[in-house]
Design a protein around this ligand. Structure first.
Ligand code: TGC
Ligand code: FAD
Length: 385
């Protein structure tokens, strides 16, 4: 993979080993099949167990709970390599790691951690994360999903929408307000009466990933399925910090795959008697792609060093997610043009990455929302309320 500023030298041996193992996995297991699956709108068969086998689920979860206990640099590199395969593959790993395992590890009881984390780390149990609702996307604090006390637990009523892996999940970490208006996280399990997960069909993006709804019709949630250690928006928003961090790395993988494809094509394709790479306009496109990728790589590396020291602020993570996803989408759009008509067919990965990145720039906080988070941080004024 392209590494113009020798980020390689900034990694230690363990980081390189982890990165190379995931790179090999993507090369051997994902790339040969991903176009067909995306074209047919099918998820990757047995994906979660395969991701579990290579330690890509909850990389930062300690070994005592079944995780590999790696640091955040390794987590970022894993996300980068997976997204070079497809954003759907990185999405599956992000949701399981940052949005399901992270909250159970951080806010769960010892019993919840012991029961669920090892099965989530191995991919035997598939998790989903329910925050977004039909009428509340960018403003999740206005959620309408409710918990009402009932005997030795609660009744959960409401609906979550646009949920990655909803149709195939075994459990879902769901955020709802209780009767005291506190935001609580609960673990909903497949088979609980009143819980259903219809699929969202006809997507033009992330076609190798299942998206759906989580519907709760007075679902009984026993007290032992409530995350005990959090009761405010800090809960779901902390999960988003972890996932957004991973996406800031992942987007680089997609961008590199597009850039490398365009570079090779431009060197081989001849028009007017010479390779199109010899024309200045194509060189400009390629040079600018590489410049932006290199800047994003350095930003991600620096963010990882801060995150490893627990010093990465949510606002820094927002800036990195926003910048790197926008960079990747811009690279994909430019790279597609380098291929001319060939850019629109599945023989090359660019159009698929481009369509995927239209979701990535929207989920985990839209491009606008992350700009406003930076705006608030630097001016002291919130544009939200
Ligand atoms: P605000 O009033 O600012 O804060 C409410 C409380 O939350 C705390 N807080 C945070 N805590 C941790 N991390 C953060 N990033 C935090 N941001 C805020 C804050 O300190 C406060 O705590 P407390 O204890 O005082 O109550 O919040 P707000 O309601 O004004 O909203 C702010 C806003 C708009 C930035 C936020 O709600 C937001 O980020 N909106 C975007 C929604 C979003 O990103 N949704 C993502 C859904 S999940 C998803 O998309 C998964 S895709 C998965 C895949 O397939 O990869
Ligand atoms: P809206 O909030 O309605 O925004 C629409 C437009 O208005 C956007 O351009 C936005 O930037 C703009 N806007 C909103 N507020 C402001 C403002 N204050 N100022 C300026 N502009 C504003 N959610 C989950 O909880 N779990 C998941 O697993 C999950 N997976 C997803 C998978 C996919 C494929 C997709 C597409 C989405 C997923 N989401 C998930 C939902 C995602 O997080 C939301 O789509 C996202 O937060 C935006 O919400 P929205 O779509 O309702 O857009």
């Amino acid at each position: 993979m392209v590494d113009y500023f020798k980020i390689e030298e900034l990694l230690d041996t363990e980081h390189r080993l982890v990165r190379d193992a995931v790179r090999q996995f993507v090369q051997a297991e994902i790339k040969p099949h991903i176009d067909g699956l995306a074209q047919e709108h099918r998820e990757f068969p047995g994906l979660m167990k395969k991701l579990g086998d290579i330690g890509a689920l909850g990389p930062f979860i300690p070994q005592a709970y079944g995780g590999p206990g790696l640091d955040y640099m390794a987590y970022g590199l894993i996300m980068q390599e997976l997204e070079a395969g497809d954003s759907a593959i990185r999405s599956a790993a992000s949701v399981q790691s940052s949005l399901v395992m992270y909250p159970i590890y951080t806010f769960g009881s010892e019993a919840q951690k012991q029961r669920l984390l090892p099965a989530l780390a191995s991919g035997e149990c598939i998790g989903a994360f329910g925050l977004t609702e039909p009428d509340h996307g960018s403003d999740p604090a206005s959620m309408e999903t409710r918990l009402h006390a009932d005997g030795d637990g609660y009744r959960l009523t409401g609906a979550k929408m646009w949920i990655t892996n909803a149709p195939i999940c075994d459990i879902a970490v769901v955020w709802a307000r209780d009767e005291q208006q506190k935001v609580r996280g609960v673990i909903v399990e497949r088979g609980m009466e009143g819980f259903s997960t219809p699929e969202t069909l006809h997507k033009w993006s992330l076609r190798a990933s299942k998206t759906g709804e989580l519907l709760f019709d007075r679902v009984f949630i026993p007290k032992e399925n409530v995350l005990p250690e959090v009761n405010s928006m800090r809960g779901p928003l902390s999960c988003l910090n972890s996932a957004r961090y991973g996406i800031s790395w992942g987007a680089i993988g997609a961008a590199i795959d597009c850039y490398e494809t365009a570079l090779q094509y431009a060197q081989e394709r001849e028009q007017f008697g010479k390779p199109i790479a010899a024309f200045q306009l194509q060189q400009k496109k390629l040079a600018e792609m590489l410049t932006e990728i290199s800047k994003a790589q350095l930003l991600a590396w620096r963010l990882a060093t801060l995150k490893n020291k627990d010093q990465a602020s949510p606002q820094q993570i927002s800036m990195a997610k926003r910048n790197n996803v926008h960079m990747a989408l811009t690279v994909a759009r430019e790279a597609r043009q380098v291929l001319g008509a060939m850019g629109i067919v599945g023989d090359y990965p660019i159009m698929r990455h481009m369509m995927n990145l239209e979701s990535v720039i929207t989920y985990e906080g839209t491009h606008d929302i992350h700009l406003l988070i930076t705006g608030q941080d630097i001016t002291g004024f919130s544009a939200f309320n």
